[in-house]
Design a protein around this ligand. Structure first.
Ligand code: DLL
Length: 436
């Protein structure tokens, strides 16, 4: 049966009630983390804040921030808020051990996440009569498991396709009559291209798609909608906060509703930490109001965007964020994987190169490419036994090991990469993904 909201009483809750619910939950959550996580206790003690100081959601700003580096320092169990016996799942971000974040979930935390994704699916027009084709990756990545859980909760037929194997994706899409597609926007375009090549669009019955995990523009949306004849919805999330579904687009396609009963959102000035009013661009910060196993409080996402509490024509009352407009750090999403230039540098230095390199990211035919150009050191240039092809192969393998994706590598002569007079500009990203 068609429905407008998955949980109307929550999704359309009057704003004062949302605030009241958030207040109730933050009080309990702060007591939980203070009692059960030494990291938070120490941080709050150092900041001179006691759990009793948090009397409502308006006091959120008194609490210290938590950052990616804290997560790294506390790896693996330092932020765990419950006994291990209560944990039923882990998920993890892509990247190396150095950058890896492991997030823990209790059964209730999984249920929160499933509800987030079920709401997103319903907002994209899905019902229990739909066939939900999930080709986000499964495994440690949150994309597959998240949408899978939401689809189960909704009671829809769920195809746990995972990523890759386009041939099989298209076969199942036709044979099983997939109606809702869940994948990265770049893979959606890739599928569109393959469908066109085969001339099978008339055998495909998709009506909508839920695309996220990487930045994409309004132009890409128009392209996907035209080529697949669907309505394309944005979905946002991050492993640290649960995964996809932290916010999602409704039929208005005008910003993503943040699930405020579960997550409190703030926008801050990334330089000063000051909280900014609605409408101003800054760094998005999330507080988990109910999650118990990995309860992040005032987590700095590094995603830049703005919030609006203006009424949405869909009837949902939860605050909306616009598409992320950039990052306040240098992370890129390439081929769906989070990549930091420092990881690439680490591999190059480990293999004996110096920090004279350049990273060129591009997108052609909806496929990301990433090339690293690195200079030989003078010693390598003078060494007659130095074999460029072999050397490149070694770097490719090292990067694959570090990032999990194929990177093209070119070793070039010393002094051929332009030197900068100020901050080195090592990354050239030709995709312009944050323009919208
Ligand atoms: O990408 C979770 C996810 C899976 C979201 C499937 C949506 C769909 P991470 O791998 O931890 O988690 O990467 C999180 O990806 O901080 C953003 O920078 C970026 N990102 C995620 N969704 C969007 C989006 C998943 N819709 C990081 N638009 C985030 C722009 C996005 N950037």
């Amino acid at each position: 049966m068609s429905q407008r909201y998955f949980q109307p009483e929550i999704e359309t809750m009057p704003r004062e009630q949302i605030r009241a619910l958030q207040s109730e939950r933050i009080i309990e959550q702060v007591q939980h983390v203070y009692r059960n996580v030494k990291f938070y206790r120490d941080k709050m003690d150092a900041a001179g804040v006691k759990p009793e100081d948090i009397k409502s959601i308006d006091d959120l700003h008194l609490l210290p921030f938590i950052e990616k580096d804290d997560l790294r320092d506390q790896y693996p169990f330092g932020l765990l808020g419950v006994p291990k016996s209560e944990v039923v799942r882990i998920q993890s971000t892509s990247g190396t051990t150095g950058r890896r974040v492991v997030a823990f979930y209790t059964q209730d935390d999984i249920s929160v996440w499933d509800h987030c994704c079920a709401r997103a699916l319903v907002a994209a027009g899905a019902t229990n009569e739909d066939v939900i084709h999930v080709c986000y990756g499964y495994g440690l990545f949150t994309g597959g498991p998240g949408l899978n859980g939401g689809s189960h909760l909704l009671g829809s037929m769920t195809l746990p396709m995972s990523s890759g194997n386009t041939e099989r994706q298209l076969q199942f899409m036709q044979d099983l009559g997939s109606t809702v597609l869940c994948c990265t926007p770049s893979y959606a375009l890739n599928l569109a291209e393959e469908i066109e090549k085969r001339g099978i669009l008339d055998n495909i019955h998709l009506k909508s798609g839920i695309f996220g995990a990487e930045p994409w523009t309004e132009e890409m949306r128009a392209d996907i909608q035209n080529r697949l004849r669907i309505k394309a919805f944005d979905i946002y999330g991050l492993t640290e906060i649960s995964g996809p579904g932290v916010s999602f687009e409704c039929e208005e396609q005008n910003g993503m509703h943040i699930q405020e009963d579960y997550f409190a959102a703030e926008i801050i000035n990334p330089d000063t930490g000051e909280v900014l009013p609605d409408g101003e661009v800054g760094e998005l910060v999330f507080t988990c109001l109910t999650k118990k196993a990995f309860p992040l409080i005032r987590y700095r996402t590094r995603d830049l965007c703005k919030l609006t509490r203006e009424k949405c024509a869909c009837g949902r009352t939860h605050v909306r964020m616009n598409k992320p407009m950039g990052r306040s750090d240098d992370m890129m999403v390439v081929k769906g994987v989070n990549v930091w230039p420092s990881q690439i540098e680490q591999v190059l230095l480990q293999l004996g190169y110096q920090a004279n390199y350049r990273i060129v990211v591009d997108r052609e035919n909806n496929r990301d490419s990433i090339e690293v150009q690195v200079e030989k050191t003078p010693a390598m240039a003078a060494d007659e036994t130095y074999d460029v092809v072999k050397a490149q192969g070694k770097i490719v393998a090292g990067l694959k090991n570090m990032l999990g994706i194929k990177v093209d590598v070119q070793v070039v002569e010393p002094m051929t990469i332009e030197r900068s007079e100020g901050k080195a500009k090592r990354v050239i990203d030709r995709r312009n993904l944050y323009r919208s």
